[in-house]
Ligand binder design. Sequence first.
Ligand SMILES: *Cc1c(COP(=O)(O)O)cnc(C)c1O
Length: 432
Amino acid sequence: MSNVALLGGTPVRNIAIPWTNTMGEEEKAAVVKVMESGTLSAFLGRAGDGFLGGPKVKEIEQMFANRFGAKYGISLNSATTALHAAVAACEIGPGDEVLVSPYTMSATATAILMNNAVPVFVDICADTYNLNPNEIEKWLTPRTKAVIVTNLFGLPGNLPEIVRIARKYGLYVIEDNAQAPGANINGKQAGTFGDVSIFSLNYHKVIHSGEGGIILTDNQKLAYRCQLIRNHGEVVLDDLDDDETVVLGSNYRMTELHAAIGIEQLKKLDGFLVMRRALADKLTAGLKAFNGLQGVTVPVGYEHSYYVYPIQFDKSVWGIKRATFAAAMKAEGFPLGIGYVKPIYLMKIFQHKKVYNQTQYPFSLITDPAQKYQKGICPVVESMYDERLLSADVCRIPYCEQDINDFLTAVEKVWQSCQELYEYEKNNIFGS
Ligand SMILES: *Cc1c(COP(=O)(O)O)cnc(C)c1O
């Protein structure tokens, strides 16, 4: 008789810890103040007063710039629109190629397509999950304009090396820092290495305002272009004495309410990070007792912000499938993410190359593309997705040290029952 919950034993935890409201009195009071002022947005889609919005959006922009160490902050209504604006600000468009990891949220790559440029996918390092600088040069063409680096799961990519290579070839570096606010390399903040970076305030992230995004840059021209793209730039430019700049704008504006919430959340970021790092360090130490489960390795000088906690599973050590391990952990009360996301180039939109209805645009602009999106182009990403990666959501509020102990107890229970689980999976577990 097995003791694991999947095979009838008692679970370590009866109910998985649900999503928790992290909004406090500070956020509530800030929202009420904006409501009472009546100014829920102060943007106007024309030059002059109102082009840059009201007091709260200006305040959050300044706070982000100060906290992370950048000259300019631009608030937007999401990190997805921020990515679109950042790529457009770098004057990337039809016929250009942009390097990006396929192991990131789809928005990182679709921002390229939204600008009618073509993504070229670069494999990752197996220990950091971030874009491998040594894989960049093999994909360069005369059309390559930029590299987008996602600081995945909360760990900065090898930004010093990527920036060095990018400078050599005259490429822009855009950082997708949606998952890594406060992560850093020797104190230099993730989101300040590239030419421009984006942060997310979506409700899944380390800090949030429901929805929202922030762009940081030291480059005045990029900041100006982002402001124009955020707020109907084509109209604004017609009123300005500026014949150099041409942009197609949109409405990517943040409301005063979301800015007010985001301001209070940013004040709490450092406290959240202390907690996340303490839980993650405990988990990393505990996982060392298990072969075939590789926790996080943080490179020397780096600090992680643990948006999620990735774990690599080795089937050859455990003798059971990753899916069986995950099912057993879920039964113990610890659901795990399996595989993270499908390598982006395997998504239908790339396989069928249908972005604009039935046309092959923008792919059709390039007759000798660097890449055809075939399976096998990023083998490390594919092995993470197909076989190795699991993610644990145990560093967030309201998890505590006892939960990490329980998590490790659950892992030990599953390890003890591997033989029975192996028999069980033959008839019951689907997937790899
Ligand atoms: C969440 C996320 C985004 C998009 O953020 P939104 O604010 O939801 O648009 C972009 N990139 C990465 C890596 C993300 O995790």
